[in-house]
Design a protein around this ligand. Structure first.
Ligand SMILES: C[S@@+](CC[C@H](N)C(=O)[O-])C[C@H]1O[C@@H](n2cnc3c(N)ncnc32)[C@H](O)[C@@H]1O
Length: 267
């Protein structure tokens, strides 16, 4: 938990739930306020499996970054909608395999900015940077990322649980396409998001949206798959998050299929 003076300095809204802090609560973290844990509990009351869904998404991050680093040979990562630091952040996952990996984190939440130091523990061979920016300003994100990443070489763009923060009116597919257009062939997109396929979750998110500083937009699996337009999906395509290259030696948590994910390459 941050010191109250830091919170005032950062202009944090502690009277309304924030996505990053509610997510932190669902993942069992301590960097959240009573409004966030209450909002988390409202979701869990209607849809108790949601904490397992949050854990599932973190495990997809781990499998995707392992694939991108180990199999695809990517050494640069742009992680948008990073969230509050937790175990196994993108730089830890990538640099465990390739210490020279360079990672830029992007989030627009003031508390994530306060905690950004914990994301900047790069290996000496690699680099980590944090950019306080909004995905709805992709040109700015790219300009800041270019201070740390060489955008003439392949980059893996990771967007987990972030497109759902963007309404249809804000044209989420265009944001993804603007970002990917600035990256060279051989770059990848790893993306996951919540689906509107479960009535209990739809109700829970509706209640959350009524009180939160950020609204969440659940979409159909087809709509989420359309974010990969123009890219070549790697096997097994856009699938329920638990089904994307599951670890053979790790038992999956049994939970509802309410999110899909995929990884695709720019040819
Ligand atoms: C559901 S959390 C996902 C965190 C992490 N990617 C994960 O999968 O565990 C969504 C994150 O996106 C951030 N976010 C929401 N809207 C954003 C925006 N417009 N620009 C940048 N980040 C945003 C939130 O602050 C939060 O940290």
């Amino acid at each position: 938990m941050t010191h109250p003076r830091e919170e005032v300095r950062a202009g944090l809204q502690t009277d309304r739930p924030h996505s990053a802090r509610v997510w932190n609560y669902l993942l069992g973290g301590k960097d959240n306020h009573p409004v966030d844990s209450e909002a988390g509990e409202v979701i869990l009351k209607t849809f108790p499996e949601f904490a397992a869904v949050a854990r599932l998404q973190r495990r997809f991050l781990a499998r995707a970054v392992r694939f991108l680093t180990d199999t695809a040979g990517v050494r640069q990562f742009l992680d948008i909608g990073t969230g509050l630091p937790t175990a196994d952040s993108t730089h830890q996952l990538a640099q465990r395999i390739a210490p020279e990996s360079r990672i830029v984190y992007v989030d627009n939440d003031p508390l994530v900015l306060v905690h950004a130091q914990a994301l900047l523990t790069s290996s000496t061979e690699g680099a980590c940077a944090y950019v306080d920016a909004d995905v709805r300003a992709p040109e700015r994100v790219l300009a800041e990322a270019a201070q740390t990443l060489d955008l003439s070489r392949p980059v893996a763009l990771t967007m987990l649980g972030i497109m759902g923060q963007i309404s249809d009116a804000e044209r989420p597919a265009d944001l993804v396409s603007t970002l990917m257009s600035a990256l060279p062939p051989g770059s990848y997109l790893a993306l996951s998001d919540g689906t509107n396929t479960n009535e209990a979750l739809n109700t829970a998110v509706g209640v959350y949206n009524g009180q939160s500083a950020n609204t969440y937009h659940l979409r159909s699996p087809q709509e989420i798959a359309s974010f990969f337009a123009g890219l070549e999906l790697v096997e097994p395509g856009v699938v329920p998050t638990a089904a994307w290259r599951p670890d053979a030696d790790r038992a999956q948590e049994d939970t509802a299929d309410v999110s899909v994910c995929g990884v695709a390459v720019k040819k």
